[in-house]
Design a protein around this ligand. Structure first.
Ligand code: ATP
Length: 332
């Protein structure tokens, strides 16, 4: 039997005046998943997250965390949630340790546990060398680590991080990604928003794409990157030698193959069948005929996947997203 979802969102909607900020959003997150919430500025990500975090009330729909309705029983679900907002108020004359100490007390951490709890989050987010630094003097990356440290104080199992990697330089982004992997290894469940696809692609198991308030796709990364196109899976093939002509000729002569592009000795071609046995038979034959040195399934860039999803969505009649099927929305 599959694990029950940690989070179940169904038919969630919220408007601000005439603006439908979130429109009938339905998705699920399982315990231990790292899920990216992608969408352009204004797509509705923060509005969804604020409702999950019990900070805003939905107009309609349901949110259940561990089976508990967050609107009916916010007091029961709040201890399960760690919320990292996309803004930070740098208090004056407050050091990193004082800031975290303040939040630990606010969370009701007992005096006996206080020191250890603050030490643990400082250690985890590698803020040890900065614990006496005034927080208004921290760099962007250090500030984000402090915000994460604050979110981790309560040891909540479900972490909702709104644009945590925004404005980080590449090094700080890698550090942040590593922290996400560590949190996952500790069994945490994470929902992380961004408007930059590649940022989330590196750290998430699954992506939810939002566009203008609606969820337009929800699926795992593997599915998104290797999704079958109408003409089959795409393969990148390379043969020894300085010309791709024999390979192109082979592909033209064999049924089901369709050359999509040729670049730097690599031929990208689709094959009509996705059946492993059929693909294996083709590969065996190809290796018999030509000196193949590389053959692998082509990974689509996330940006391409997103554009593909939006194009298909525009062409298809609207369909409701089943709660059984995770959904994803993205903006770039
Ligand atoms: P960003 O990436 O820029 O943070 P987002 O995807 O998080 O965008 P939201 O902040 O959820 O988007 O906003 C969705 C829409 O709802 C936007 O058009 C925004 O202007 C509007 N909106 C959000 N909060 C409010 C509010 N309190 N009052 C009025 N409109 C709001």
């Amino acid at each position: 039997m599959s694990t029950p979802p940690l989070l179940e969102v169904s038919g969630l909607s919220k408007s601000f005046g005439t603006l439908k900020a979130v429109n009938n959003a339905t998705f699920r997150i399982r315990q231990g998943q790292v899920v990216g919430l992608i969408g352009a500025n204004g797509a509705g990500k923060t509005t969804v997250m604020r409702m999950l975090a019990t900070l805003d009330m939905p107009d309609s729909g349901h949110i259940r965390i561990n089976g508990t309705d967050v609107v009916d029983h916010p007091e029961l679900v709040r201890p399960l949630i760690g919320w990292m907002p996309d803004y930070f108020h740098p208090y004056k004359n407050t050091s990193v340790r004082e800031y975290l100490d303040f939040f630990a007390r606010a969370y009701g951490i007992t005096r006996e546990r206080l020191l250890d709890t603050v030490d643990e989050v400082i250690d985890f987010t590698e803020l040890g060398g900065l614990q006496d630094q005034m927080i208004n003097k921290l760099s962007k990356g250090q500030t984000q680590r402090l915000c994460l440290a604050r979110t981790l104080i309560s040891d909540a199992q479900f972490l909702i991080l709104d644009e945590p990697a925004a404005g980080l330089d590449p090094k700080a982004r890698i550090e942040f990604k590593n922290l996400v992997h560590l949190l996952k290894a500790r069994g945490k469940t994470l929902l992380i928003s961004s408007h930059i696809l590649s940022e989330l692609g590196e750290m998430c198991d699954s992506l939810i794409f939002m566009d203008a308030g609606s969820i337009v796709h929800d699926g795992d990364m593997e599915d998104l990157l290797h999704r079958q196109t109408e003409s089959g899976y795409a393969f990148e093939i390379r043969t020894a030698g300085d010309t791709t002509a024999p390979l192109e000729e082979w592909l033209a002569l064999h049924q089901g193959w369709n050359v999509r592009s040729v670049q730097k000795q690599v031929v990208v071609a689709t094959f009509a069948s996705c059946e492993p046995d059929a693909v294996a038979a083709e590969l065996r034959q190809l290796c018999r005929d030509l000196p193949v040195i590389d053959f692998h399934r082509s990974e689509r860039r996330l940006e391409e996947a997103f554009v593909d999803i939006l194009i298909h969505r525009d062409q298809e009649p609207a369909t409701a997203v089943s709660p059984e099927t995770p959904s994803t929305t993205t903006a770039l």
